[in-house]
Design a protein around this ligand. Structure first.
Ligand SMILES: *Cc1c(COP(=O)(O)O)cnc(C)c1O
Length: 387
């Protein structure tokens, strides 16, 4: 007899994952043999650089790397991360206490609330946002307090609205997925002051810090004085080095917060495959040429897509960071879900409805620059024919 059971109450609390629905529609369209242009996924289309693959191959062949890894990450990896942070942000970190390796930053982000909050504790979460901030909070029985990211505020939350919310934890993410906004140093300074005054833990997600155009390199929150007293930053090789499938990231900053997450994680996982860690060191110690080339590629794609959409009457400011275009939907569409459905039905193009990232994402769709220039041109041509 098939087992009859109910999924946990905790799982039931999650809103149905909208992306699952879109995925279904996409698979169906592909099964019908249609030529789909997928601007929906936040996953680089280009391969991991060759030198990193070579480092993995070499390390994978060495039996010394086949065992359980050290949970915190190899000391050599943590030293490489510390050196990278110093060079990139002029932030010094103690590799022993202020850096901890993660099986991709998503893992650490989703686990953090379990390590630092109690049931009913309040967590300030951007809306729209990368979903694990919200789901991680729900798994820990926390209460999500959404912080709307609005275009009139340059997609930065209006901190004074949360002064009396008695939150324990706040997530921020700049450069931002999905809005592509970049935080000013003044804003980050405001976040640190706010958190120090109210005693709030700050979790900053900096996964896109290396993807920026026509602007100065984005700031780490750890550059702000006092940040290390209340903040950790999540980082990852996924977007910087096209390594999303490899699962390697880290958390750095406040020692006590890291210690709490470490205590949780030693009870759940057993670290990152050591060969991947050694390949990660090769990535971190490389000369930065890869990132430069990557920025060039995304910039060209961005120009093509934005100019194409503008010629169709969409009003879109030039994206200055991340590989997303956060496009306000033009008049004539009911909502972001309708745009998504019409694009798929009439042009075989997949985009992500803004509402999938939270209520305040309504009115926008997210398009990822993770397809070639040829495909972006093709997408624009198809849209010109339809609209
Ligand atoms: C892609 C992404 C990450 C990186 O996730 P990994 O688990 O390190 O691959 C983190 N935060 C945001 C906002 C992202 O879009």
């Amino acid at each position: 007899m098939p087992i009859n059971f109910d999924i946990s109450e905790r799982l039931k609390k999650l809103a149905p994952y909208l992306f699952v629905e879109i995925d279904k529609a996409k698979r169906q369209a592909k099964a019908e043999g249609r030529d789909i242009i997928d601007l929906g996924i936040g996953d680089p289309d280009l391969p991991t650089p060759e030198f990193i693959i070579e480092a993995l191959n070499k390390a994978a062949a060495d039996p010394a790397n086949h065992h359980y890894a050290l949970d915190a990450g190899l000391p050599k990896l943590r030293q490489a991360i510390a050196k990278w942070y110093l060079k990139r942000f002029n932030v010094s970190l103690d590799p022993e206490k202020e850096i901890y390796a993660l099986i991709g930053s998503k893992e650490g982000i989703a686990h953090l609330p379990l390590a630092v909050i109690n049931p009913k504790d309040r967590v300030l979460v951007p809306d729209p946002c990368y979903p694990p901030y919200r789901t991680g909070t729900i798994f820990a029985d926390g209460k999500v307090i959404p912080m709307p990211l609005l275009s009139k505020n340059n997609f930065l939350p209006d901190l004074k609205k949360y002064a009396r919310k008695k939150a324990k934890l706040m997530f921020i993410n700049y450069p931002n997925n999905p809005t592509s906004a970049v935080a000013t140093k003044e804003f980050l300074q405001g976040v640190v002051n706010f958190a120090l005054e109210k005693g709030i833990i700050i979790a900053s997600d900096a996964a896109y810090s290396e993807i920026y155009f026509d602007i100065e390199a984005p700031t780490s929150i750890l550059e702000i004085e006092g940040a290390k007293e209340i903040a950790v930053e999540f980082h990852s090789l996924s977007k910087t080095f096209n390594m999303t499938g490899w699962r390697i990231g880290w958390v750095c900053g406040n020692e006590k917060i890291i210690c709490a997450l470490a205590k949780l994680k030693t009870n759940i996982d057993s670290g990152i495959f050591q060969a991947i860690q050694l390949a990660g060191i090769a990535a971190l110690e490389s000369d930065g040429n890869h990132a430069k080339e990557m920025r060039q590629i995304y910039e060209e794609r961005r120009d093509l897509l934005i100019n194409g959409l503008r010629s169709l009457g969409w009003k879109i400011p030039l994206t200055t960071a991340t590989f997303y275009v956060w496009a306000k939907i033009p008049k004539g569409f009911k909502d972001s879900m309708e745009v998504t459905q019409v694009f798929l039905k009439k042009a075989d193009i997949i985009v992500t409805p803004g509402v999938g990232f939270g209520k305040s994402g309504e009115g926008f769709v997210r398009m990822a620059l993770t397809v070639s220039k040829e495909r972006i041109n093709e997408a624009v041509m198809r849209l010109k024919k339809v609209f």
